[in-house]
Design a protein around this ligand. Structure first.
Ligand SMILES: NC(=O)c1ccc[n+]([C@@H]2O[C@H](COP(=O)([O-])OP(=O)(O)OC[C@H]3O[C@@H](n4cnc5c(N)ncnc54)[C@H](OP(=O)(O)O)[C@@H]3O)[C@@H](O)[C@H]2O)c1
Length: 302
């Protein structure tokens, strides 16, 4: 099975490329300048040329705070661009797996969100991703929209790397403790995507496999506890660590508001696709050990 994935250096793109062999699939990444979601006319041609069995749309405008001052570009990439990717899938008569986000919700619910709970994005990024979901649905019924959250990995910019970088120069770091969610390793997302894509390709006439699904690491935590877990692992393998001072969201203002509850209920994905991501703690260990070994040294040895 050959999967075409949009984007070149994104966390999910690089994770799919790394996990392809274990998943027994061929993954081809296609991104700018050949495929530019801000230039929809490039999208269909680039994907048609690859003639894949399935398309994964992992490219997105992901700068949540910057999006507040660039709403048109965020919408262009996350909504119009996503629609163009889905139309290419429809033209090729193949399934699309589209990545979306917990930020489509306002976070006011007192339990993990299910797929059919009411959406209500708090910011431009979330609104653009919600519009992207609608564009995918409008373009083809042959889709699986996977909403994930709190993505980190050994690649690119993410919370784990930011914490380790800050700990290189600080003894104490303030981190918000009143937002709940589930850290999700992009390598686990890649395994999940491959499982879902295989189901869609192998069972083209199974409507229950199509639709929207939630896919995050198992278990839940808050950002401050997540940071503490990162530092506990890092310290154990000789990497940087810092004390974590839990603070409320009100003490850390950002241009975009974040949902207080980002927990997603993953049971539909497990029941329908047989895909379950691992517990977030063991998954985190592998990533931090790898980041420390590659990019970080203990403060007192520098
Ligand atoms: N990061 C999170 O915490 C998080 C949480 C929930 C959902 N998600 C969703 O998960 C998916 C993957 O996220 P990620 O963390 O892997 O993203 P990421 O690391 O920020 O990477 C973004 C990717 O999008 C590509 N891209 C951006 N603008 C583009 C354009 N105009 N044309 C083509 N490609 C473009 C980038 O291209 P280059 O390779 O050229 O830089 C890069 O490959 C996204 O749909 C995101 O919305 C992420």
């Amino acid at each position: 099975m050959q999967i075409a994935v949009t984007g070149r250096s994104g966390q999910v793109v690089l994770s799919l490329l790394e996990r392809a062999k274990a998943g027994n699939v061929e993954v081809r990444a296609v991104g700018r300048p050949d495929l530019d979601l801000a230039r929809p006319e490039t999208v269909v041609a680039a994907l048609l040329a690859l003639r894949p069995d399935a398309i994964v749309n992992a490219a997105a405008y992901t700068a949540v705070d910057l999006a507040e001052s660039e709403p048109a570009l965020a919408h262009e990439i996350n909504a119009t661009g996503a629609g163009a990717v889905a139309r290419a899938a429809a033209q090729l008569d193949i399934p699309i797996v589209h990545l979306s986000t917990d930020y489509v919700f306002d976070g006011s619910l007192g339990r993990p969100y299910r797929e059919d709970d009411a959406t209500g994005p708090l910011g431009v990024y979330g609104a653009s991703k919600l519009a992207g979901e609608a564009a995918v649905v409008a373009a083809t019924a042959n889709h699986a929209i996977l909403r994930t959250a709190w993505v980190y990995s050994p690649f690119g910019k993410n919370f784990a790397r930011t914490m380790l970088t800050l700990a290189n120069t600080r003894d104490e770091i303030s981190v918000v403790s009143d937002q709940l969610g589930s850290p999700t390793n992009a390598l686990d997302i890649a395994d999940g995507i491959i499982g879902v894509a295989r189901n869609l390709v192998n069972r083209p006439a199974a409507p229950e496999l199509r639709g929207t699904f939630h896919m995050t690491g198992a278990g839940e935590t808050n950002w401050a506890e997540f940071a503490q877990a990162i530092f506990a692992i890092s310290a154990g393998v000789g990497g940087p660590s810092a004390r974590v001072r839990p603070i409320p969201t009100s003490a850390y203002p950002t241009p975009a508001r974040r949902p207080a509850n980002s927990r997603l209920d993953n049971s539909r994905l497990a029941n329908v696709h047989g895909v379950r991501l691992p517990d977030w703690q063991p998954s985190l260990r592998g990533c931090i050990e790898r980041l420390v070994a590659r990019d970080f040294q203990r403060k007192d040895t520098q």
